[in-house]
Design a protein around this ligand. Structure first.
Ligand code: FES
Length: 142
């Protein structure tokens, strides 16, 4: 079984791009701690992969298989509006996300583009991991 640390950083190649790779630069904001961290990303990476490559604590419990909502992120209006519409499975999972907003998306489904340079991505104060939550609920029934 993977440790929480392994699960947190199981997506992504493990390190941010080097300057010569012409990275896209933007910021993640931990809304709970009011802390901001600038990150470097490659075009085409998911926001979840970028987070993990830059040691941002964004969980991805299902490893990008569109089966959880632990990679929930909150985007700026302009970035959100320019993205393709989420597939139905993503919308269903977002409905279960803690702290859902009008510009929420699943981080594993959003791919980095050059237009995202300078954006801010908010991390919700909490996430709902229904795999773990369901196990906890099951164990309390016994
Ligand atoms: Fe599970 Fe994104 S990591 S849906």
């Amino acid at each position: 079984m993977m440790s929480i640390y392994q699960r947190l950083f199981s997506c992504g190649i493990g390190y941010p791009p080097k300057p010569e790779e012409n990275p896209v630069k933007f910021t993640f904001i931990y809304t709970k701690e009011h802390e901001a961290k600038e990150v470097l990303a490659r075009e085409g990476e998911s926001l979840l992969e970028v987070a993990h490559n830059n040691h941002i604590e964004l969980e991805g419990a299902c490893e990008q298989s569109l089966a959880c909502s632990t990679c929930h992120v909150i985007l700026e209006d302009k970035i959100f509006n320019d993205l393709p519409t989420p597939v139905e499975e993503e919308e269903d999972l977002l409905d279960l996300a803690y702290g859902l907003t009008l510009t929420s998306r699943l981080g594993c489904q959003v791919k980095v583009t050059r237009d995202m340079e300078g954006m801010t991505v908010k991390l919700p104060a909490n996430t709902r991991n229904f795999y773990v939550d369901k196990k906890k609920a099951g164990s309390s029934d016994k």
